[in-house]
Design a protein around this ligand. Structure first.
Ligand SMILES: [Zn+2]
Length: 257
């Protein structure tokens, strides 16, 4: 394995080996695209998702450099505009919407989310707990999602199950979409019809993407791709498993949860 020294995984060695491999196999093909992007970006979406290492936005949307203005944090949270504290989320939202003028915002949750599990289990709620005080304060922003779960229809009774965790991740996406509307720039452009908000959910076990159906309030498989068929080829250069043009897409084969 790259970066492995005497059986011990060396993170710096792994990343350095990866950069060396990138230079050898990919950098030359990226140069024309990146030299053009160096003069400015025009992303198709603000993509809000969890910091979880298993969620790779460009991979699950078949997109590449310059396509997604990405905001990642624990639990893919967007605290309401007037929430005191860290302003990094608000800055990212305003930069994407006001400065870059993105036409779309996507909030993407995922299955097996550690933040959602902590929320469901009531973990990290003691600000005095060593090593987790910031997590405690941050996860408090997801409290309304937990309350929203309690009002969700068709929720199984009894102790929390895997399905409960899945549903919490999904209602959390809906909650953040609502929170986005508390930002003046988002609200004005959404009401003017120049900005769309979309809910997305990524199921790790099936590696499939689901979209929130605004009409039913349920997450449903991305249409247009049937399991077992080969997705239509896109134009563009495939670099390291990622196309470096635009036009995101996804696939799913079963209803979520
Ligand atoms: Zn997560």
């Amino acid at each position: 394995m790259r970066g492995e020294t005497g059986g011990q995984l060396n993170a710096l060695g792994l990343l350095t080996a990866g950069a060396r491999e990138y230079h050898a196999s990919t950098a030359d093909r990226m140069r024309s695209v990146m030299s053009r992007l160096a003069h400015g970006q025009n992303p198709t979406a603000l993509f809000v998702t969890c910091a979880d290492s298993r969620v790779v936005p460009n991979l699950i949307t078949a997109s590449g450099p310059g396509d997604l203005f990405t905001l990642r944090n624990v639990g893919n949270l967007v605290p309401p505009s007037e929430t005191p504290g860290d302003g990094s989320v608000g800055a990212a939202v305003e930069y994407a919407v006001t400065v870059l003028g993105v036409p779309s915002i996507v909030v993407c949750g995922h299955s097996h989310c550690g933040a959602m599990r902590a929320l469901l289990e009531g973990a990290h709620t003691d600000a005095g707990e060593p090593g987790t005080s910031h997590m405690c304060r941050w996860l408090a922003n997801a409290g309304p999602s937990l309350a929203r779960l309690g009002t969700a229809p068709d929720l199984p009774e009894g102790p929390p199950t895997a399905e409960t965790l899945c549903r919490l991740a999904q209602v959390n996406v809906e909650e953040q979409l609502g929170n986005l509307m508390s930002y003046e720039a988002v609200r004005e452009r959404a009401e003017a019809g120049t900005l769309t908000l979309t809910g997305m959910y990524y199921d790790l076990e099936t590696a499939r993407v689901h979209l929130l159906d605004a009409a039913t309030g349920r997450f449903t498989p991305v249409p247009g791709v049937v399991t077992g068929t080969v997705p239509p080829q896109r134009t563009g250069t495939n670099v390291g498993g990622q196309l470096i043009d635009e036009s995101p897409s996804g696939a799913s084969s079963r209803p979520s949860c």
